[in-house]
Design a protein around this ligand. Structure first.
Ligand code: ZN
Length: 243
């Protein structure tokens, strides 16, 4: 079975629809690694669309923030404003959907978490040392995470914990070959690796073959909706730059 692996949609319906169109016919099931909402202008539309797909979904920190499970006083003012707007905008049905999301999932040879297997909702795996410390926190060969909005593969090299950080090679199949890896598909709706294109991945779970992908979407259309909802200027601007 081929899995469409997505993460950090962040209420960006245009990016989400573009990814589905780009990946059309190439997958049978969706694994969504959390942060369906937060930042973007289409929280209900994104949850509604996800619900129509055969899928499983994890909870991310922004999903929890929208549910009021987090103390958002530590968020910066822009993020706080976006959280409050999302909370007021979500329908009761979609709040129920987000309430029910688990924080981790283990399926066959894969462990799934939003942030990391060690701290599923919170931890950012942004460098090899942090990835290295996480390999002892899952039992399957492979782990999938999101949260950083940066596509990457971390591979454990030896028992001493040395870990390689491998940049994505887009639209190239990469056999995982039983090596222990932590893989991040990047973000659908708010990339933060200086590349504004939506990121996702296709995973063949029988052959254990991974493929990172990018696809451009209509950023201006999303920015226009955000402006209509009077969302913070900085959040609108960042989509065009991918930070
Ligand atoms: Zn996120």
């Amino acid at each position: 079975m081929r899995i469409l692996v997505i993460s950090d949609i962040h209420a960006n319906l245009t990016a989400f629809e573009t990814v589905l169109e780009d990946a059309k016919g190439g997958w049978e099931y969706v694994w969504c690694l959390g942060d369906v909402v937060g930042y973007g202008p289409d929280p209900n539309e994104c949850v509604d669309l996800l619900k129509t797909l055969p899928h499983l979904c994890l909870a991310g920190n922004h999903d929890w923030a929208a549910l009021g499970r987090l103390d958002i006083r530590t968020f910066n003012p822009d993020a706080r404003k976006a959280v409050s707007w999302t909370r007021e905008t979500l329908t009761p049905e979609n709040i129920d959907y987000l309430e029910a999301l688990p924080t981790t999932f283990v399926i066959g040879q894969y462990t799934l978490a939003h942030g990391s297997p060690r701290e599923p909702v919170w931890e950012y795996i942004l460098e090899p040392i942090v990835a290295s410390l996480n390999f002892s926190h899952f039992e399957t060969p492979y782990c999938l995470v999101g949260h950083t909005h940066q596509p990457v593969i971390y591979e454990l090299l030896n028992e001493q914990g040395d870990t390689d950080m491998i940049a994505p090679a887009y639209r190239q199949s990469r056999p995982l070959n039983g090596r222990r890896v932590i893989v991040n598909p990047g973000s659908v709706g708010q990339p933060r690796d200086q590349n504004p294109d939506a990121a996702y991945a296709i995973l063949d779970v029988e052959r254990n073959v991974w493929e990172h992908r990018r696809v451009p979407y209509d950023v201006a259309a999303v920015q226009k909706r955000m402006a209509q909802f009077d969302m913070p200027e900085r959040l609108i601007a960042r989509l065009a730059h991918g930070w």
